[in-house]
Design a protein around this ligand. Structure first.
Ligand code: HEM
Length: 414
C-alpha cells in the first residue's frame, strides 16, 4: 500500500517539483511571497509570525488545492498555531541531545520518569490533527471542483484516482504519508529563510548588490512585471545558495551531520566495506566548510556562487561535486530541493525589492552561540526592521494582484 502511494506521489510530484512543473508553481510562489511582503508591512515587522503563514501557503495550496485562508475559516487561526506546535513537539522528540536518542536502552524507563514518553502522544495528537485538516480540505477541494478537478493540487488528484474516496479521511496511512511530505516542505523552508534574513541583515553590502540586480531585472518603477523571471537573478540566487552552505539546516549545532539513512545491502564504496544495516550520515558541516574547496569558508560570501556554480575556489577539482549537500545526496535526495530553492529565491527577491533589512539590535551569527542546539540549525531569535523602499500604495496594489492570482490558480479547472 505504502509503495503504491509512494510511486503515485513520485509520479504526480514530477508535475510540481521538477522541470516544467516548477514553472507552473512559480506564480503561486510569487503570490505567496507578495502576500508575505504586505503582511510584514502591515504587522509592523512581526516577520517571524508572517513567515509561518508564508511557509504554509504554497505547500498547503499545492497539496490540498485550497488556500490557507480556507483552513483558518474552517478550523480557526488555531489550525496554524497548532500546526507549528506539532512541529516543535516533533523536533523535541528528535532532539539529538535527548538522552534516549543516544542510549536506546532508556526507552524502557517508565513514563513517570521519562518526560519524552509523556510528550510523544501529545506530539502525535497535534500532528494527526494537522494531517487530518489537510486531508479534509483536499476532499472539499475535490468536491468543490467536481470530477473535473485538474488544478495545482496533489492530494485531490490522488483521491480522484482512489476508488474509496468516501473513506479517504479515515485512511491514516495515506493521511500520514501526505502529512510527512507536507512537513518536509514547510518547516525546512521557513527555518532556512530565517538564516537567510540573518545573513543579509549582517551583510548590508550583499543586500545592496542583490537589490541593484532586482531593480535592473524587475524595472525600477511599479508595478512588478507580469512575468518575473527570478531564475535570471544570479546574485540573488547566490545569496540563497550561500546561506544554505554557510549554516546548513541539517548540521545541527551539537553535531555536523544531516539525517541518517540505513544501508539495506552489504556494499563496497571506494574500497570501504559498508555492512548491511549501517547508519549512513552525510557530514554536511565539514563538506560545507572545507578550506581546501572554499575560499574563507567561515565567511558568508555570495560571490563564491556568483563566480562559480558550486562555489569552489579557483583551480579546485570539481568533478561530481554538488553545489549543496543540505538537501542530502543520492537516490533519496530531497524531492523538493528545486521547489524550495525557487520558493525562497522568489520570496527573497520580493522582500529585497520592497524593503531594506536592517538590524534592530545585536546579531549573533556564530554557529554555536547564534543557533539552536536542536535537530535543525535555526538562528536564535533576533530582531530586524524591514524598512520600506516602496510606498504602501504600491505594495497594496501588488498584494491585490497576488490575491487574484492565488484564487485564479486554485480555481482553475480542466
Ligand atoms: C530548504 C528547504 C529544504 C531542506 C533543507 C530539505 C532537506 C531535506 C533533506 C536533508 C532530506 C533527506 C535527504 C537524504 O536523506 O538524503 C529531505 C528529504 C525530502 N524532502 Fe526536503 N528539504 C527542503 C524542502 C523540501 C520541500 C519544499 C519539499 C516538498 C515540496 C521537500 C520534500 C522532501 C521529500 C519528499 C523528501 C524525502 C525524499 C525521499 O525519501 O526519497 N523538501 N529534504
Amino acid at each position: 500500500m505504502r509503495n503504491d502511494y509512494n510511486n503515485r506521489l513520485r509520479a504526480i510530484s514530477k508535475h510540481f517539483l521538477v522541470g516544467s512543473g516548477l514553472s507552473n508553481v512559480a506564480p503561486l510562489q510569487r503570490a505567496a511571497g507578495t502576500q508575505l511582503v504586505y503582511s510584514i508591512l502591515e504587522s509592523g515587522n512581526d516577520w517571524t509570525e508572517q513567515l509561518k503563514f508564508w511557509g504554509l501557503s504554497t505547500p498547503v495550496a499545492m497539496m490540498s488545492g485550497a488556500p490557507v485562508e480556507n483552513f483558518v475559516r474552517d478550523f480557526g487561526k488555531q489550525w496554524i498555531d497548532d500546526y507549528w506546535l506539532s512541529q516543535e513537539l516533533w523536533a523535541e522528540m528528535l532532539d539529538p541531545t535527548n538522552q534516549v536518542n543516544v542510549f536506546p536502552a532508556l526507552r524502557w524507563v517508565p513514563s513517570v520518569f521519562a518526560k519524552w514518553k509523556r510528550r510523544a502522544p501529545v506530539a502525535r495528537k497535534y500532528l494527526t490533527e494537522a494531517y487530518k485538516g489537510l486531508m479534509n480540505q483536499s476532499i472539499k477541494s475535490l468536491e468543490r471542483h467536481g470530477g473535473s478537478f485538474n488544478s495545482l493540487s496533489i492530494i485531490p488528484k490522488l483521491l480522484r484516482e482512489s476508488p474509496s474516496l468516501a473513506n479517504a479521511h479515515e485512511d491514516m496511512e495515506m493521511t500520514t504519508f501526505m502529512g510527512g511530505i507536507f512537513d518536509a516542505a514547510v518547516g525546512s523552508s521557513v527555518m532556512s529563510f530565517q538564516t537567510l534574513i540573518l545573513a543579509l541583515a549582517a551583510h548590508p553590502e550583499a543586500q545592496r548588490r542583490a537589490q541593484a540586480e532586482i531593480d535592473d531585472g524587475f524595472g525600477r518603477d511599479n508595478p512588478l512585471p507580469e512575468h518575473m523571471d527570478t531564475g535570471k537573478l544570479r546574485y540573488v540566487n547566490a545569496c540563497v545558495l550561500e546561506a544554505q552552505r554557510w549554516r546548513p539546516l541539517g548540521a545541527f549545532a551539537v553535531g555536523p551531520f544531516g539525517l541518517p539513512r540505513k544501508s539495506v545491502v552489504d556494499e563496497e564504496v571506494l574500497g570501504y566495506h559498508i555492512p548491511k544495516g549501517s547508519s549512513i550520515l552525510i557530514n554536511q558541516w565539514t563538506i560545507a566548510h572545507d578550506p581546501d574547496f572554499y575560499e574563507e569558508p567561515t565567511c558568508y560570501n555570495p560571490d563564491r556562487f556568483f563566480r562559480d556554480p558550486v562555489g569552489a575556489k579557483k583551480g579546485v577539482k570539481q568533478e561530481g561535486r554538488k553545489a549543496l549537500y543540505t538537501f542530502g545526496a543520492g537516490r533519496r535526495e530531497c524531492a523538493g530541493k528545486d521547489f524550495a530553492l525557487q520558493n525562497i529565491r522568489i520570496a527573497l527577491s520580493l522582500i529585497l525589492w520592497a524593503f531594506d533589512i536592517v538590524p534592530d539590535g545585536p546579531l549573533d551569527v556564530d554557529a554555536q552561540k547564534g543557533f539552536t542546539p536542536a535537530i535543525a540549525m535555526i538562528p536564535i531569535p533576533f530582531k530586524v526592521k524591514f524598512v520600506p523602499r516602496k510606498g504602501k500604495k504600491a505594495l497594496l496594489e501588488e498584494k491585490r494582484r497576488a490575491d487574484i492570482m492565488f484564487s485564479e490558480m486554485l480555481g482553475k479547472e480542466a
